[in-house]
Design a protein around this ligand. Structure first.
Ligand SMILES: Cc1cc2nc3c(=O)[nH]c(=O)nc-3n(C[C@H](O)[C@H](O)[C@H](O)COP(=O)(O)OP(=O)(O)OC[C@H]3O[C@@H](n4cnc5c(N)ncnc54)[C@H](O)[C@@H]3O)c2cc1C
Length: 440
């Protein structure tokens, strides 16, 4: 059965970025249709899971701190909106954010850089400790030639993507937007200034053709596949990468033997980010009263050997990857003065996940060139979010909205900086690559 419709803005992908864009567009009065191939219960994709590290601080005028801090304001507005609509106070910031200051372990040679960027203007928001003072200040014993930094800001800690996606989608529907789950975009082209989007209903197997004037593509690792005919050059800018994750915990019988100080140290010690050798991160993913918390741990050692994007989630990480993550976890516990052997730690689960990354590792929120090399301002992609996108998701959604609908207030300097940072890469890459003739 074929149907032809006219809609206002189509958002492809209902993960953190698509849901953020759909909410901001709907809030601005656009008639939004959000297409998501999964069922309402978000179960795979870069936004899958219950914890992402958030940080509020960075160098002065750091654009990544800015997008995070703006996202906090946007989440607060969303929560006010939902509470007002439902005439309740059930939605809270605590549903989305857990304030639990992030601890960074740095090599000593980073000291001058970190001191310059992080402390000079923001002394009150950070604590730092050398090897000598780390136990007294943070209850951690750290290796030689390293130092610790901890943020003290509210909402520095973690964000729950599953909860935020759910609230964003509620916001979209309350504003009159339509969300079509189990619908998959299988083709996109443009004729006579109108996008023609082929949508497959995965339940009924029926195809629908949608004609629409504006589109946001926020399909995570699938973005280049969707745009392979419209903007084939994108697969040289956005590359899917595979990342191994393990969910570990101290065995419960062992955890119950820990004294209260060690249990507290465990709570305070996460999120943890180590920049010694290969990057390593760890964050509490689940913490039930009295039980040993589950820690999500991994490194951003990305691999490109992807045969089938759909199957990545079913693939287990390699033995070496799991071993490396467990070793880092054990070392971190040792720093928290919790000395355990391998048999005291159990793996709850481990899997591979995927995200897309740009060559510069800077996300892009930008209109794109069509295959005739002309910039099309009616289509915006939000992509290349790699391992840093979650904390700024609503800023990226806001930027995509402004690019499509126009900005409705005077931009601040930081807003301009955000636009310059995220909206240009494809343009500059295009300019640079065109000379070598390799772009199209
Ligand atoms: C292991 C890991 C750790 C991370 N850690 C952090 C962190 O600590 N801090 C941080 O800020 N960020 C972190 N991130 C990054 C952050 O989670 C991602 O940047 C963000 O979730 C990306 O969201 P997205 O909406 O772009 O992609 P996705 O969540 O993948 O959403 C894309 C959506 O599009 C849908 N879709 C795809 N193709 C189609 C189609 N053809 N038709 C319809 N729908 C389609 C998919 O089903 C999916 O729901 C991490 C990411 C990973 C993977």
């Amino acid at each position: 059965m074929n149907k032809t419709n006219m809609e206002n803005v189509l958002v492809i992908g209902g993960g953190l970025m698509g849901a953020s864009a759909a909410w901001k567009l709907a809030e601005r009065g656009a008639k939004v249709t959000l297409i998501e191939q999964q069922e309402p219960n978000y179960s795979k994709g870069s936004s899958y899971g219950s914890a992402r590290i958030t940080r509020s601080l960075g160098a002065k005028k750091d654009v990544f701190s800015y997008v995070h801090n703006q996202t906090i304001k946007e989440v607060s507005n969303l929560i006010d909106f939902l509470n007002a609509e439902e005439k309740t106070q059930v939605h809270t910031m605590g549903d989305v954010y857990t304030t639990s200051p992030v601890t960074y372990l740095h090599p000593k040679e980073d000291y001058l850089k970190v001191n310059k960027y992080r402390f000079k203007k923001q002394k009150n928001d950070y604590s730092r400790a050398s090897q000598n003072s780390s136990f007294r200040k943070f209850g951690m014993t750290i290796p030689k030639n390293t130092f610790l930094v901890r943020e003290k800001r509210e909402y520095s800690g973690s964000l729950n993507p599953t909860v935020l996606i759910d609230k964003l989608r509620q916001g979209v529907t309350k504003k009159g937007g339509v969300i079509k789950y189990q619908h998959q975009v299988v083709g996109l082209k443009k004729n006579d200034d109108v996008f023609e989007v082929d949508i497959l209903n995965l339940k009924t197997k029926n195809n629908q053709k949608l004609k629409i004037s504006k589109v946001v593509v926020a399909a995570g690792a699938y973005t280049t596949e969707i745009l392979k005919d419209f903007a084939p050059y994108l697969n040289r800018i956005l590359t899917p990468k595979k990342i191994a994750l393990s969910f570990l915990r101290i065995k419960d019988e062992c955890y119950q033997e820990l004294n209260e100080a060690s249990k507290q140290a465990l709570q305070n010690g996460f999120p943890f980010f180590s920049q010694i050798g290969k990057e390593y991160f760890a964050i509490i993913s689940e913490s039930k009263n009295g039980a040993s918390p589950i820690i999500k741990a991994g490194g951003h050692q990305k691999r490109r050997n992807i045969h089938d994007l759909d199957k990545i989630w079913e693939e287990a990480p390699t033995k070496q990857e799991k071993k490396w993550i467990k070793k880092q976890f054990k070392n971190h516990l040792k720093m928290l003065e919790i000395h355990l052997s391998n048999k005291d730690i159990e793996e709850v689960e481990s899997y591979n996940c995927v995200y897309s990354e740009t060559r510069t590792q800077i996300p892009i929120v930008t209109p794109i060139f069509n295959k005739y090399r002309s910039l099309d301002r009616e289509i915006v992609i939000i992509g290349g979010m790699s391992g840093i996108g979650a904390k700024g998701c609503l800023s990226y959604g806001l930027l995509a909205t402004d690019l499509l609908l126009g900005k409705d207030e005077k931009p601040t300097n930081m807003y301009r900086k955000m636009t310059r940072t995220f909206s240009n890469p494809s343009v500059s890459l295009y300019a640079k690559r065109k000379k070598s003739g390799r772009l199209f």
